[in-house]
Design a protein around this ligand. Structure first.
Ligand code: ZN
Length: 359
């Protein structure tokens, strides 16, 4: 059963279910995925993120061994990095693609349709190929060529759309409405967030069931931040952990709707073309993201292009090869420390979400 967070309407979990509520809001699984046991179980890490299958609302249908990305010290940043670019397709989107395509199999879907600036499309296309399903991916014509080629090599149909990221989404929605296939959207499908919630479970498990004070993630549609929030909440509800970290969403200056909502347009102004993976002016789950940030005691921060490029170079020289979009996370730390959102003794985990190899 899916339920609308905003108006409470319910929808059955079928391939024909709408991908959003009649009221326009995104849907979620009606049942919480809170673990039933009061003590953390022994986890079989050979199952990848499916080690957490018992507490996920989706059963494993397809896997490439995704999950358990390393959590490493980053002394230069006085933080820990969660290396979420170490996935089969080189981005954290595989967490949600594994669960979304697993659900597509369960529902008997033949063709998946997705719109993406690159990484989510590559992840959905790859897991569809692994599962033997067809896929169509809508992407900006000017997306990184390496990302577009990676999508095409899976055998998926790639539709290059001229215009901005919103034009890509509009073209995709039109195709879904015309019956092209099941909308396997990383922004809208509830199953995607079941997958991204596993980052919280891994971080907690890797820290022996202690949670950091702050978790920093880049935010476009906010699939990782919202998934992390839900995962940390579920762990706390089960009594496996005793707190939810303050969640900080990092956006690109000039395309920072959450920053604008919290701190005003001036704080969100500027430009950052280097962060091409998070150029989302209207996140599908804007209200849920703002609520997660507020309830966790975190915030949203905008990072400009020069800081992104500078930190991207520093990361490469520190042996961490990520795409420039994810450099926004570490690049936000000085402002977070200056504003007191991160204190001198706080434990900070920064998620590094996309590989430099596709950039
Ligand atoms: Zn609704």
């Amino acid at each position: 059963m899916y339920r609308c967070w905003s108006c409470g309407r319910g929808y059955s979990e079928t391939a024909g279910a709408p991908w959003r509520c009649e009221c326009g809001h995104a849907l979620d699984f009606a049942d919480s995925s809170a673990p039933a046991d009061t003590a953390p179980p022994e986890l079989d890490r050979d199952r990848g993120l499916w080690a957490f299958e018992d507490v996920l609302p989706v059963s494993r249908g397809v896997t490439l061994g995704e999950g358990w990305t390393p959590l490493v010290d980053a002394p230069e940043w006085d933080a820990q990095f969660k290396l979420d670019y170490l996935f089969p397709t080189g981005s954290f989107k595989d967490r949600g693609a594994a669960t979304t395509v697993s659900q597509a199999l369960e529902l008997g879907v033949d063709r998946l349709v997705e719109d993406s600036s690159g990484n989510a499309g590559h992840a959905i296309a790859t897991y569809a190929a692994r599962a033997g399903l067809d896929a169509t991916v809508y992407a900006p014509a000017d997306a990184k060529p390496a990302k577009l080629q990676a999508i095409e090599r899976t055998g998926a149909d790639l539709v290059r759309v001229e215009g901005d990221r919103e034009a890509v989404t509009a073209a995709c929605h039109e195709a879904v409405a015309a019956g092209e296939g099941w909308y396997a959207s990383h922004a809208w499908q509830p199953a995607f967030f079941a997958g991204t919630a596993t980052i919280a479970m891994e971080i907690a498990a890797q820290r022996e069931w202690s949670v950091p004070d702050v978790v920093v993630t880049p935010v476009g549609h906010g699939t990782l931040l919202l998934g992390a929030y839900r995962g940390f909440r579920a762990l706390q509800a089960a009594g496996w952990t005793d707190a939810v970290p303050r969640l900080v969403g990092v956006q690109a200056a000039g395309t920072a709707p959450l920053v604008a909502a919290r701190q005003g347009e001036a704080a969100a102004a500027g430009g950052n073309e280097a962060a091409d993976g998070i150029q989302i002016t209207e996140p599908a789950r804007r209200e849920q993201l703002l609520a997660a940030i507020e309830q966790s005691g975190g915030d949203a921060v905008a990072v400009d292009q020069s800081a992104t490029e500078e930190v991207s170079d520093r990361l490469d020289r520190a042996g961490v090869s990520v795409e420039p979009t994810c450099a926004t996370g570490p690049a936000a730390l000085p402002e977070l420390r200056e504003r007191g959102l991160v204190g001198p003794d706080d434990d900070v985990v920064v998620a590094l979400t996309g590989s430099g190899l596709k950039a």
